[in-house]
Write a protein that binds this ligand. Sequence first.
Ligand SMILES: [Zn+2]
Length: 798
Amino acid sequence: MNDSTVSSGDGSPRQIPSFFNQFEGVPTASLNGRAVTLPVPVPSRAGREINGKSNSPTSDILSGQFVAIMDYLDNPEEAQKQPLQFRKVSDFSAQTSSPFAPTPLPFQFVPNCWDHRLFQGPTDTTLVSLGLNTLDLEKELLKGILTRLETGETTVEDINYYFQELGNDAFELSQVFRHMPKGETHLHLTGLPNVETWIKWAQDANLWFEKDTFKCISTKEKEAFDAKLKELKAQRKELTDRKRGSKDYSHTNETSFSQNDRSQLEEVKKKLKKLEKKKFFPASMLTEDSSLEGEFKAKVTIRAEEKKCHSKFFKTFGVFERIANYIPAQSFYEVLSRYARIEKLFYVETSKGFEAIFEENEKEKLLDQFPKMKSQCNTSSSEEDIAEEEEVSSDLDSIKTFDDPKSSSCSSDDESLDLEYDETLDAIFSDPIKLTKFMEKWITLLEPAVKRSVLFYEEYLNSIDPLLQPQKNDSKSVYKYHLEPTRSRYINVDINRAQHLLLFLADVLVAFQLIKLEFEKGLSRVVGVVVSGPEDSSNALRYRDKQFMALDFLRNRSVYKDIVPLSLHAGELTANVTASEYMYNAIKDCISLAKPNRLGHLLCLEYEDNWEETVEEIRDKIGVEICLRSNDKMFGKKDNHPILKLAQKGIGFTLNTDDPGVIGTSPHSERVEVYTRYRDLANLTYGKFKNMERGHLRHGFARGEQIYKPSTPFHFDKGTAEFDEGIAEFVEKTSYQFKEGFEGCYLPNWEPSEEALALLQSSPKARLQVDMERKFYEFERKHIIPKMKIWARKKLSS
Ligand SMILES: [Zn+2]
């Protein structure tokens, strides 16, 4: 017998019936100012403020309900007459007033914030008799689940229960997640193929690798290299012979080996030394020589790495990106198709660089004209200097400094002018008028490169177009309105933040222009912009705010307004790669300056001044892309991962692989990892995973209206800002409610209303969402329900 007591309304101690203790997860709460372990889950956990209406303090409701429960349980006779009443979550949302107000008997328990295993009725309003001593609530529950399994009315809570029962059975979980429909929105295309694929491609293309760096060249380039080597050797021989000859006959032929020849020989020797250092081997050797193969694999993947290897990770791309130059573009999308098929991806956004293409010397000429950052030595300038600096920056004429291309070259050898010139970039970005002029000017200057690049990449997109189509759903007649999703694979332009601001700007312009053209043509192969690359690189740190401001400026231009969605890698920083000063408020600044639609990683969330305020900026408005094992492998970020805080606050996020080929991640194993690691800490359920997948499309860059109602705005009581799991539960459950007319859209025989049909016709995103809901429905019927039936029957008979 359990001897815990709790004080009742009148202060007298009450015994807590021990049978409740057989259930796990009994919560702790404060009752009448005392911390007690409650035998029943606490109803008020689901939020202190619902629909803007504040509830009475937790303990009041709690004691009201609790005392009522205790009274009830103390009086079995009464219990027989007045059975406990359970209410389903669906009733809960329909409720007009607060569902948490104390109610007279029969109680209205609200199961969404209670342990679902205890309070789940088989029908909407279920009356369950609680005979205190003989009661086996779990059996009641299982019976209910089995009935629903057999009548085809299984609820997501039923599956949640089953999931909990699966525990940490990683094998079984892996099976479930393999087949579960999934999305992927943070996936770098170059990071997708695995190293074995790269080797095969390199062999197919007859590439040669340089032994030390594993950088590759084509056979043609290798031939040219050999020819050059041969030519230089011949030159060396010829010059050396002449030199020798001139020595032998120095007294007769003094001029045969001139000073000019001498320096030529030196030059040739130097060149030869450099070239002879390079040893190439054919790609075919990678599979013939196992030690070489091992060396290569170790160099270009971090799959087997135990420790953080962030810098190595970025180096791998140096090898891959070179191979990519010799590989037909289609190959990548074939890999993507296979990946999507195997991993049951209903929606994929991959990202890929579309770097601006410059002609010879064009880049250098532009760089010469580009204003520099304020140099570091100026940061400690006196107040007087600062005042002077401000004066300079308010002078609009200073923008003329780089209006004339010639002016920059003449200033280059003048130290003082150079310094003034250095200050210009900071000055420009701190003044909106100057920034406008600056941007307009550079849009014009970069136009030839942008035009050239866009033409080139349009060709590229045409060549891969068929591979961006979704897989046809061959058998089903579910799409009887001919509303198949048009595409389920999209490309975002990946812009490297670790480059000079000018080149960043050029790439941004190429991206924006490409997206605009696609939009105008009614195409959607390229839909959005991603900013990635090592955030801790000098350029990324130096230009961070300016990059954001430039992006925001362009997104607000009328030509690009509302057509360029933006996803930023933000706060992908840890103390082992960068100084803390670069992490303070990195996320908040990114949100306020760049106004992104999605954010990736958020690793340094703990460095925000007020992380709770920052995540409130994110809630519902900004999608969050979590790449758990990428963070693990690259940064050793395992403990203290922000995913937990996000889950606890009910902030939606999606799970992604980042660079599966390099890191060794896969969509399903990523989910197994998150589930096993955070199941208890973040109270993860099947329903939450389903919502994570839905999040890929809710915040996805596929265009059009959603089939869900806008998220219910939710305000939690700042006064009690400490974590409240119940809030997260509540938010999660109200996040994905179908719009009117879409309630049964996942059923094969669904008949859309006229409005629903119109929405579907106009919105590719809505079509994808209906398609996804149907895939979930199929998945549950095929891969979950049969297993659940066996499990429930077995449990009931034991
Ligand atoms: Zn990434």
